[in-house]
Design a binder for this molecule. Structure first.
Ligand SMILES: Cc1cc2nc3c(=O)[nH]c(=O)nc-3n(C[C@H](O)[C@H](O)[C@H](O)COP(=O)(O)OP(=O)(O)OC[C@H]3O[C@@H](n4cnc5c(N)ncnc54)[C@H](O)[C@@H]3O)c2cc1C
Ligand SMILES: [Cu+2]
Length: 301
């Protein structure tokens, strides 16, 4: 009977590594494997009957662990054909109704992804961009459901605050309400790519309704402009990556609203020149709506 110094049970990658290491040290070793294929969980198989050439390994999708070790180099795996294939979007989700979600490695890239807002995600407003120490009040009619609070404002490095963890979920419980919003002093109607204001707004404590009459998600960032500055300067400042003194101070407004949505914000306005601006990326080209002309300047007397 043939004898061996070592018997390795299982030809997964650990068993194969152990056996190879022993053999390299001059020991005699045998590997026994129950399956007709080597590799254990790291072997690839055709899981989809209709696509036999599409091979997948569900136990070695991610190089996370292997990459932490000197193993691949130590065992000269590249000489035997081992190579890693970095993917731009390594994880994906396919919903039963056909919707797909790809998770990109590059967060900015994920936000750039083209296409309309998925139907399962409805933007209901919320307060827009308070400055540090500032307070912005909005009123919305929230129906029971699952919500997220999320901040898309870019940090100094250009990454949205969301990428740094500024996102959390929130449940709205109770029964649906058909209550209407409190009376407002004026309505700002959003469209592609414009703001229409129902009438002149005067200084004082005001309630302003924002209604999305367009076909895409829009927002109303209200900016109080510094003397001599225009709303175009605000767009240029955002485009420059917020470099230098801001040409205006964001004082409120309503953030992302899906088509048909309405929300209100309360604000105390002093006489001056103000700007409205929408930086939501366009469904078609991903550019901020302001670049398409969605900005407006007006005066409060
Ligand atoms: C769903 C899933 C996803 C994973 N994703 C990743 C990932 O993305 N990245 C990553 O690094 N790791 C991942 N892992 C972990 C990784 O797959 C395992 O750590 C790795 O496969 C372990 O290798 P192994 O050689 O120890 O065992 P295995 O790969 O499990 O190999 C064991 C082998 O032993 C054989 N065997 C067992 N008993 C006997 C017997 N009595 N006689 C003969 N043969 C026998 C089996 O048939 C098999 O071939 C994942 C694991 C799972 C389950
Ligand atoms: Cu817009």
């Amino acid at each position: 009977m043939e004898t061996f110094d070592y018997v390795v049970v299982g030809a997964g990658h650990n068993g194969l590594c152990a056996a190879a290491t022993l053999a390299e040290r001059g020991r005699s070793v045998v590997v026994v494997e129950q399956l007709p294929v080597l590799g254990g969980l790291s072997a690839s198989h055709a899981y989809v009957a209709g696509a036999p050439e599409h091979k997948l390994s569900i136990g070695a999708m991610d190089d996370l662990f292997m990459a932490q070790t000197p193993l691949a180099k130590q065992m000269r795996l590249a000489d035997f054909g081992y190579r890693t294939v970095p993917l731009a979007h390594p994880y994906g989700w396919m919903n039963e109704d056909g919707d797909t979600l790809l998770l990109w490695c590059d967060f900015a890239k994920a936000l750039e992804a083209d296409g309309p807002t998925p139907a399962w995600m409805v933007f209901v407003g919320g307060p827009n961009a308070p400055t540090p120490g500032g307070v912005v009040n909005t009123t919305m009619n929230l129906q029971p459901g699952h919500y997220v609070l999320v901040c898309f404002i870019p940090a100094k490095d250009g990454q949205p605050h969301l990428a740094k963890g500024m996102i959390r979920d929130m449940a709205v419980v109770g029964t649906a309400s058909s209550a209407s919003l409190p009376p407002s002093d004026a309505t700002i109607t959003l469209a592609e790519y414009s703001y229409a204001i129902s009438g002149p707004i005067t200084a004082g404590s005001r309630v302003i309704a924002v209604h999305n009459g367009g076909t895409q998600v829009h927002e109303a960032i209200l900016v109080r402009l510094e003397p001599g500055k225009s709303v175009g300067d605000v767009l240029a400042w955002i485009g420059s990556g917020l470099v230098g003194a801001p040409p205006g101070i964001p004082i409120g407004g309503v953030s992302s609203l899906s088509p048909g949505g309405t929300a209100e914000f309360q604000i105390t306005l002093t006489p001056g020149v103000y700007g409205l601006i929408c930086v939501i990326p366009d469904d078609k080209d991903g550019k901020p709506h302001a670049v398409h002309g969605m900005l407006k300047q007006f005066t409060i007397t």
